[in-house]
Design a protein around this ligand. Sequence first.
Ligand SMILES: C[S@@+](CC[C@H](N)C(=O)[O-])C[C@H]1O[C@@H](n2cnc3c(N)ncnc32)[C@H](O)[C@@H]1O
Length: 242
Amino acid sequence: MEWFVRDFDHPLYFEIYQCKEAEAREEGVALAAMLDLPKGSLVLDLPCGWGRLRPALEHRGYRVVGGDLSPLNLSRHQSESPGALVRLDFRQLPLKSGVADGVFCAFTSWGYFASEEENLRQLQEFHRVLRPGGVLLLDLVSRSYLEEGVSRTENIWFNAVGGYRERVRWSPDRRRILTDRIHHGERFRHDIWIPEDQEVLDCLDRAGFEVQAPWGDLEGHPLDGKSERRIYRATSRPTPRA
Ligand SMILES: C[S@@+](CC[C@H](N)C(=O)[O-])C[C@H]1O[C@@H](n2cnc3c(N)ncnc32)[C@H](O)[C@@H]1O
């Protein structure tokens, strides 16, 4: 089974990521503003998770459709923030081409697949469902921030604030970050491709996007070597390059 099918669709996931509930308001308001589309725009929240950012998108006046692979997340989303929801896999979105004005992809939700072809396909699918001129907001952790943080604790088990054990390390080729967690005796393993900045730009270009200079934080400062995030606002070109 691919790691992301189990890790996110487990009741303990909500405990491990509980801190993200408190951050939702600040993140949601800032990221929804960065998407910067007119009121009434149709925005796909992909992936929507348990819907923590949906209120901010709706508050901004967007019409929102959420999509996610995890039935557990979708069910929590429907009870806490009801709205249009679709169960889907990024690699083949069950949505018509050109339907959306925006795709909102928050909290490092790209790079999950084992092959770079599949990760590119996710962006190509985002491009396919956007109308020409539609906008993708892609919010990723910054690679240099991770490199700095992991260098101090790499491969060491520690007690995380949420009450679980955690160990973070790079894959042998240093292209993926492997996060092991043990909580209530259950083991979890996130395995995420962390591309170089230029690789992100190349993939967005190949998928058919025109990218403006990335931001490095929620305040809109430019990306630099100390930024924690890298946030890309990319506009859909009419036809993707091969
Ligand atoms: C880190 S969470 C982010 C959720 C949301 N964007 C947020 O900020 O709260 C990643 C989400 O991606 C979903 N996911 C993982 N793999 C997926 C796939 N192949 N297709 C669609 N969703 C997927 C998970 O179920 C999970 O809800």
